[in-house]
Design a protein around this ligand. Structure first.
Ligand SMILES: [Zn+2]
Length: 182
């Protein structure tokens, strides 16, 4: 299901389990840049492609993918996008969880190219969690959800102390619109 959040931001939600995918189309140095935040689970592969085509996008059009963390329901389908550079706060070899699909090479999040994205590293739910603040919108992955719900902390890779610290930092961020991973 496609929902227009702002003139630049569109969300894609799926019938089967997997993260919400956010599409951001913004001008970078006068050029249109096409970004995805997360890519959902492999169960949603066909639906993701068909929703993107309703938005007049081919998989080749996606230039940048930012992954909020390394859980499988957020990171599968990266290999659908041959021209995308993929950024995350984790490495492919050591820190991907519960995924059986091949992940493309992950570039360090500090090198992501969109200067207007403010990246906050907020581990706890998993070691590589980030939130992305863009204008007045916070993309929070599985760190926080609507109605004050917080991310699970019962995975082997979770860390309760780090999560509490991260939630404190996050509570100081100013935003009007929350775009969580689920
Ligand atoms: Zn997660």
């Amino acid at each position: 299901m496609i929902k227009q959040i702002t003139s630049e931001v569109t969300s894609i939600e799926f019938k089967k389990f997997g993260s919400i995918v956010y599409l951001i189309r913004l001008a970078v140095n006068g050029q249109l840049s096409t970004v995805l935040i997360d890519t959902s689970s492999k169960e949603n592969k066909e639906e993701l492609l068909s929703e993107l085509s309703k938005l007049n996008l081919k998989s080749e059009d996606i230039q940048t993918i930012i992954l909020t963390h390394a859980h499988y329901d957020h990171i599968e389908n990266t290999n659908l996008f041959p021209n995308a550079k993929i950024y995350g706060n984790f490495t492919k070899s050591i820190n991907t969880y519960h995924s059986q699909t091949e992940l493309r090479n992950i570039l360090p999040i500090d090198n992501q190219p969109i200067k207007d994205f403010q990246i906050h590293k907020l581990p706890g739910h998993s070691p590589g969690d980030i939130a992305i603040l863009y204008k007045n919108i916070l993309f929070s992955g599985d760190i926080i959800f609507h109605s004050g719900y917080i991310g699970r902390n019962d995975f082997p890779e979770s860390n309760l102390k780090e999560q509490q610290k991260s939630l404190q930092i996050l509570s100081k961020l100013k935003f009007d619109t929350l775009c969580p991973g689920h």
